[in-house]
Design a protein around this ligand. Sequence first.
Ligand SMILES: [Zn+2]
Ligand SMILES: [Zn+2]
Length: 342
Amino acid sequence: MDDLQYGTRDKRGNWAPNAPLEIAPFWLGKFNKMGAFLVDYLWPWNAFHMATALLYWVFVIPDAQTLATLSWSWPLYLLLVNMAGIFAMYGAIELFYYVRRRQGTRFKYNAKFPAETPSDVFWFKSQNLDNFLRSFLIGIPIWTAVEVLMLWCYGNGIHAFGWVDWQDNWLWLVALTLLVPAIHEIHFFCIHRLIHTPFLYKHIHSVHHNSINPSPWSSLSMHWIEHTLYFGEIVWHLLIPSNPIVMMFNSHAVGYGAINGHIGFDKLEITDETALDSHAYAHYLHHKYFEVNYGADGLVPLDKWLGYWHDGTKEADERMKERFRKKKERMKARKTGATAAE
Ligand SMILES: [Zn+2]
Ligand SMILES: [Zn+2]
């Protein structure tokens, strides 16, 4: 595909899309765009997470009676399946687009590949190895532990309002399933903005931000406290009337779905004419500029409402620089004020 029909490439070879990022159309009154938005909302990413959640429910997760007792067997099996699943999904994108580089740098925001830039900030000086090990040794075990806790609660009937079943509550559960991406954006925005406060950033979130040029393995590469806050989103299903299948869908949307912001390509070419939209640009800009786009795609546009939204345009760039300049001034004034008071 010709990526220059969809965007521009600068002197360094970095590609950027022509179309600015847009928050969900219903916030802007663009109801004529709702059809395309809804298709995009479901297909392919959320449909994929729904499918894997169902597959787990049928083939991996034991019956409620088994879930009621904590043993080593079913939690370890769940851990192995999660590791295999992440290895297969993230690994496939890594293999085809980063190792074999089947589409070169077409649609790639940053022309460089992480493997080309060794850095001391990473374990073994390798972004790939560091990110991979942090994901598999820390991230996936914490994710699985949260799932085990939730399934054990289900097995024992523990829930703020009681777990609900599909027969009597299918309409609510369908609505809740559709609301999962909104729950995700609100939860992620809040914990993410929190760990961007200076102390927490320095000690916790900087680990994730070491990857300025993220790739698939960066997705779950975090400090263990960030993993806990991030996967803590799943615990909302103990407070909202929910069902374990919807809980597992939410879990897969955060576990498997973490890759979306870190794909590094705007589109993944499947054939010569078809491509998948990665939905990676908003979070790519976050990794590039740090203090913009704390949430996701703007389904619940907290970034826009609070002045952090960067849609990729020059105007957004100017607004961001102005905001950074003012922040610097404020910090300077505070410093001189403090020195004067001494
Ligand atoms: Zn990230
Ligand atoms: Zn961040």
